[in-house]
Write a protein that binds this ligand. Structure first.
Ligand code: MLT
Length: 264
């Protein structure tokens, strides 16, 4: 793991393997360890970069909103420092919001897109309000309550009852998250743009993955992106919820490897 200075913060990241650069952006309230199995599967053939997004993991948190545009600019600054001009950019959930914000700001730097368990729409007014309440809750009470309420929405009931190691992994990531970083990410997600108009302008190869039982960004959101992004591929992973890369790791990695091979 390495650190680099990006404007006002120290950003933590890993940079593993050689070849076509692939940047993987984690969701909320997680960190780069979300991608351990994908780094292991891809780094024999690709250079895989996994940052801890602003405020999360071991990257510094600053007060205010960590917007998706700001996080995307952090990723661009990291790529500058690593002397990478163009990369495959992928993200899961909030990481997907950042990947779309990155495409909007730096489209010439995107070789291909991977959008996992994510959506293009902005929050509704009610959704925004809930984010602000959650941000206050995180700051006042810490992450335990948030972890308990999110867990059943992140994983399928079957995973929750039969795969304690996956449950522990997801819960531990949430509990390790700095409450002030979680609050900043929540405010940033509430402020995010509606990227629906961007979808028809995406001209790079795009892989869309979603768990068939995703309760946070349901299959319909992915179908909408698939219909709007010309030539995109949609993979629906059976028996998976929102954190589909942890619930169906082999199938997720297989889809990534096939897509990367074709886009290389
Ligand atoms: C995530 O997994 O990144 C979040 O659940 C996304 C969201 O809350 O919209």
């Amino acid at each position: 793991m390495s650190f680099t200075r990006v404007d006002d913060i120290q950003l933590a990241y890993t940079d593993t393997g050689m070849g076509l650069p692939v940047v993987l952006l984690h969701g909320y309230p997680f960190n780069r360890s979300l991608w351990t199995e994908q780094v292991n599967a891809l780094s024999n053939s690709y250079r895989v970069i996994t940052p801890d997004l602003r405020g999360l993991g071991e990257s510094d948190a600053v007060p205010g909103a960590a917007t998706m545009n700001r996080m995307a600019r952090d990723v661009a600054a990291l790529l500058d420092q690593l002397e990478i001009s163009r990369a495959v950019v992928g993200g899961l959930s909030m990481g997907g919001y950042v990947a779309l914000a990155f495409y909007k700001q730096f489209r010439s730097r995107v070789r291909a897109l991977i959008l996992a368990d994510t959506r293009a729409q902005a929050d509704t007014e009610e959704g925004k309000q809930k984010r602000f309440e959650q941000a206050e809750k995180a700051r006042a009470e810490g992450m335990a309550g948030i972890a308990d309420s999110m867990l059943p929405k992140l994983l399928t009931p079957e995973t929750v009852s039969k795969r304690p190691e996956v449950v522990k992994r997801v819960r531990d990531m949430m509990l390790k998250t700095k409450p002030e970083g979680a609050a900043a990410a929540l405010r940033g997600m509430a402020e995010r743009d509606d990227q629906t108009p961007l979808l028809a302008k995406i001209t790079v190869p795009t892989l869309i993955l979603v768990g068939a039982e995703d309760a946070i960004t349901p299959v319909g959101d992915s179908e909408q992106m698939h219909q709007a992004i010309a030539g995109s591929r949609l993979v629906v992973l059976e028996n998976a919820g929102h954190v589909s890369n942890l619930e169906r790791t082999d199938e997720f990695n297989q889809a990534l490897l096939e897509f990367l091979q074709e886009s290389n």
